[in-house]
Design a protein around this ligand. Structure first.
Ligand SMILES: Nc1ncnc2c1ncn2[C@@H]1O[C@H](COP(=O)(O)OP(=O)(O)OP(=O)(O)O)[C@@H](O)[C@H]1O
Length: 267
């Protein structure tokens, strides 16, 4: 039998069809919220493909952080499902969930560096969740390759020269870049960042957003970041998701956004 006949035409991709990037995040009919408050949003669904850079926008309290926490498994869905890397996270045991989280780089608005430790030690701390045994706790026992990876991550954010400086002697922008290096040290294929530049001045914010764009592009990683800066959303992401009134009101490629579309989320 020739190959042409062996293929099931109903499922086989056309030979000239574009190759689809793998889906990294699949959300279906998702509702999430808190026991004391009830649902923050409901019935939202989207796919994010590997290598996409996605901005998540919406007014204060719209549920951006809640959605990121749900993607990390910190908030359990009230309904619906979340698959990351093809796995349903709510079906995972707690220990599997911990290991899974170490594959995601998470950057928060407040960088939470350990102020008395060096920049390098702070970045090495980013590997703790992925390690076990004595080296989990003793920085001096960090294997050589972990130190090398931490230095490489600092190099990616342009701070390798400050590796031995104490974290409390850094500017806000430098601290946030260290936090990005800490998120990068496990070489994550997905980075989630919750208002990563909210506490920075405009110049430092641009600097940090450029670092995000460069490192995710270089690694082919996926980036989802929340922001109130609509200019950042449209310049550093290829796609925008907009939360409003308990639902996902916008899901659009940046170059297809309706005129003034994002402003409507805030009116
Ligand atoms: N731990 C919690 N327990 C109860 N309610 C919470 C909790 N965390 C957040 N909320 C509430 O859930 C809603 C959504 O909050 P969330 O932080 O997700 O919004 P957001 O879009 O990230 O807001 P912002 O832009 O202000 O950071 C808000 O009404 C908030 O008060």
């Amino acid at each position: 039998m020739s190959l042409a006949f062996a293929l099931d035409e109903s499922t086989a991709p056309a030979l000239n069809a574009p190759v689809q990037a793998a889906v990294e995040i699949r959300v279906r009919a998702l509702a999430a919220g808190y026991r004391t408050r009830g649902p923050v949003f409901s019935d939202i669904g989207f796919d994010i493909a590997r290598g996409e850079r996605v901005a998540l926008v919406g007014s204060n309290g719209a549920g951006k952080s809640t959605l990121l926490k749900t993607l990390m498994g910190f908030v359990a869905p009230l309904d619906g499902s979340v698959e990351i890397f093809g796995e349903e996270i709510n079906a995972m045991t707690p220990s599997k969930l911990r290991g899974f989280r170490s594959k995601i780089g998470f950057v928060a608005q407040k960088h939470n560096l350990v102020s008395r430790l060096s920049v390098l030690s702070n970045v090495i701390h980013g590997t703790l969740g992925a390690r076990s045994g004595p080296s989990r706790w003793v920085q001096a026992l960090a294997p050589q390759q972990v130190r090398a990876r931490a230095l490489a991550a600092l190099d990616q954010v342009g701070l390798v020269d400050l590796a031995l400086r104490r974290a409390d002697c850094l500017s806000g922008g430098q601290s946030q870049r260290v936090a990005i290096a800490r998120a990068l040290v496990n070489e994550p294929r997905l980075i989630l960042a919750d208002e990563p530049v909210a506490s920075l001045d405009p110049a430092a914010g641009e600097d940090v957003m450029q670092v995000f764009e460069e490192v995710t592009r270089a690694a082919g990683a996926t980036l989802v970041f929340t922001t109130h800066n609509l200019d950042h959303a449209t310049r550093y992401a290829g796609r925008v998701l907009g939360l409003c009134s308990g639902g996902m009101k916008i899901d659009s490629a940046v170059d297809k956004l309706p005129e003034g579309g994002l402003r409507g989320l805030y009116s």
